[in-house]
Design a protein around this ligand. Structure first.
Ligand code: PLP
Length: 373
């Protein structure tokens, strides 16, 4: 499918990848293949070990991140498969205030005695991460973090982890492979909650882990086959369908996010606007260097804490008050309403997931709610 004279850009890969072989009469699209078992002596014997719809999706996701992709039933299942690589009693260095589900998972493994030590550090503070690394088996990075939007210096962290022999895993859910390609920066494995931008329509849960190491890839598949956290056929098909417009959605939602962040900055109802695309943001220089764009998540520290923040959320008519992110529709929520959210996240922090609607409609709804608050 590649032109003779040039490699495909990611915008074309999401459209052209994962298609059936071009034979006369073949369909243009890989269908959802609903089958738990297969006629014996073929490549796959049973539905927990493989599926043609997963394979099409994994082809595209692997190409986008530049490695071999393994899909799971959720982003959390992909995270768990990577955590399987930590030796019994091993040590993990992870970002303080990263995705709460990842922290819950790490705490659980520690409680069960499976992981010996979890060291939480500010991923934007390179010296602090480097100081926590000796003796670590795995460095877990999220950049920008969910929801504090701290931006890590990935090449520096990768180099430091290499020195101590720690595996580096990056959760790049907030960016999608169009904005950040951690494997190019030296990470061993990248994880996405495909539930978010990759699927893009808030209608499916799925996760993926991508690596260039054959050994690690085999281990990731083994975790899925033996652990059972396989994606559903319909979910894999929905994510593949959603992926076809990833470049358009990312472009539009990032442009909307930047415009809204600029307008919101300095609003009297807000203490602070967090968005790496703002020149005032502490992560701006790093994000400009390491990311292709600044993502579509904007966080607002509402003046007065939890109550005015909840009133802002309740006052919106167009923005959907809901958790999750990365859908075509704009959503918002106060993060500390979740008991599992880190205490490092301010009580009044409202996370906006900016969608692809008309930016003037988004602005009108948000500024009405801010003024009425
Ligand atoms: C949502 C999310 C996850 C978990 O993904 P699920 O598909 O909900 O299991 C992991 N990491 C980040 C950064 C997320 O936003």
């Amino acid at each position: 499918m590649q032109p003779r004279s040039r490699a495909l850009s990611p915008a074309t890969q999401v459209v052209a990848g994962g298609r059936p072989e071009r034979l006369p009469g073949a369909p243009a699209v890989v269908p959802p293949v609903f089958s738990s078992t297969y006629v014996q002596d073929g490549a796959v014997a049973y539905g927990r070990f493989g599926n043609p719809t997963w394979a099409a999706l994994e082809e595209v996701l692997g190409t986008l991140d530049g490695g071999t992709a393994t899909a799971y039933g959720s982003g959390t299942a992909a995270v768990s498969a990577v955590l399987d690589r930590v030796p019994v009693g091993g040590t993990v260095v992870a970002p303080v205030g990263c995705y709460s589900g990842t922290l819950v998972g790490l705490e659980r493994l520690h409680r069960l005695g499976r992981v010996g030590e979890v060291r939480l550090v500010d991923p934007a503070d390179t010296a602090a991460v480097v100081a926590a690394l000796p003796g670590a088996d795995l460095l877990w990075v999220e950049s920008p973090t969910n929801p504090l939007l701290a931006v890590a210096d990935l090449p520096a962290l990768v180099a430091a982890a290499y020195e101590v022999g720690a595996l580096v895993a990056v959760d790049a859910t907030f960016c999608s492979p169009l904005v950040l390609r951690p494997l190019d920066l030296g990470a061993d494995v990248v994880v996405h909650s495909a539930t978010k931008y990759l699927a893009g329509h808030s209608d499916a849960l799925l996760g993926v882990a991508v690596t260039r190491s054959e050994e690690l890839s085999a281990a990731l598949v083994e975790s899925r086959s033996a652990g059972g956290a396989i994606p559903g056929t319909m979910e894999a098909w929905l994510v593949l369908r959603g992926l076809r417009t990833l470049h358009l959605r990312v472009e539009r939602s990032q442009a909307n996010a930047l415009e809204l962040a600029r307008r919101l900055e300095g609003h009297p109802a807000l203490e602070r606007v967090r968005y790496p695309g703002l020149a005032s943001d502490p992560g701006h220089a790093r994000a400009t260097e390491q990311l292709a764009g600044y993502g579509s998540i904007v966080c607002l520290d509402v003046r007065g804490g939890a109550e005015p923040a909840e009133r802002l959320v309740a006052g919106c008519r167009l923005w959907l008050p809901a958790t999750s992110l990365g859908g075509v529709e704009s959503t918002l929520e106060r993060r500390r309403r979740h008991a599992a959210e880190s205490a490092d996240v301010p009580e009044g922090l409202v996370r906006l997931s900016v969608g692809v609607e008309d930016v003037e409609d988004l602005w009108a709804d948000l500024s009405d709610a801010l003024d009425a608050r």
